[in-house]
Design a protein. Structure first.
Length: 193
């Protein structure tokens, strides 16, 4: 269910962009038709997440703010570059924040966010943080490259098919932490009288 909520806005954006002609919208105006769909879907997504979790994480709030701000600027200025560059800004911000956290402040941002849910050794948290820095930087660079050197249509396709990268990263991350979770659960059971 959670993965459907995560993909909900991008699927609606992609659908609105690709099916623009069904609504009598020209190809040139497709992104301006799809952008408010993305904005509305993201607001609905955050409302669902809030209804389920009773809170929004910092990343949720930043994502919502960026989509609303960049979407509004895109529509107000009638300039598609703003919505096309929003993922680059988000991922670059994540990479910088995580890098400053681990190398500047010597703290594990991921552990502070997820430590109550996952019991992992500190070296594992450090490696996860480093992996997230490089992943976020890769996603920022990838989006910037596609937005700069490819057509709007290619960028829209990249938005949907580019979700292979986050899925592969999350699966890889899950495979990496699984043995450490089992080891920590086993150690906890052995220490309990």
């Amino acid at each position: 269910m959670k993965i459907l909520i995560d993909f909900f806005p991008i699927l609606l954006f992609f659908g609105a962009y690709k099916l623009h002609d069904w609504f009598g919208i020209s190809k040139e105006e497709a992104i301006y038709f799809a952008t408010p769909v993305l904005m509305g879907a993201t607001v609905m997504q955050m409302a669902l997440i809030y209804a389920i979790d009773k809170k929004l994480t910092t990343l949720h709030k930043v994502t919502l703010a960026l989509i609303l701000v960049f979407g509004t600027i895109t529509l107000a200025l009638h300039d598609k570059r703003f919505i096309m560059w929003k993922p680059t800004v988000l991922y670059a911000g994540m990479a910088i924040a995580l890098a400053v956290s681990i190398w500047g402040m010597r703290k594990s941002f991921l552990k502070s966010m997820l430590g109550s849910q996952l019991d992992l050794p500190d070296p594992v948290w450090h490696k996860l943080n480093v992996a997230w820095v490089f992943y976020a930087a890769f996603m920022a660079i990838s989006n910037a490259y596609v937005a700069t050197y490819f057509s709007e249509d290619a960028w829209a396709n990249f938005k949907i098919w580019g979700y292979v990268f986050p899925l592969a990263f999350l699966i890889g991350q899950g495979l990496y932490i699984a043995p450490h979770l089992r080891a920590s659960e086993t150690a906890e059971k052995e220490s309990t009288p």
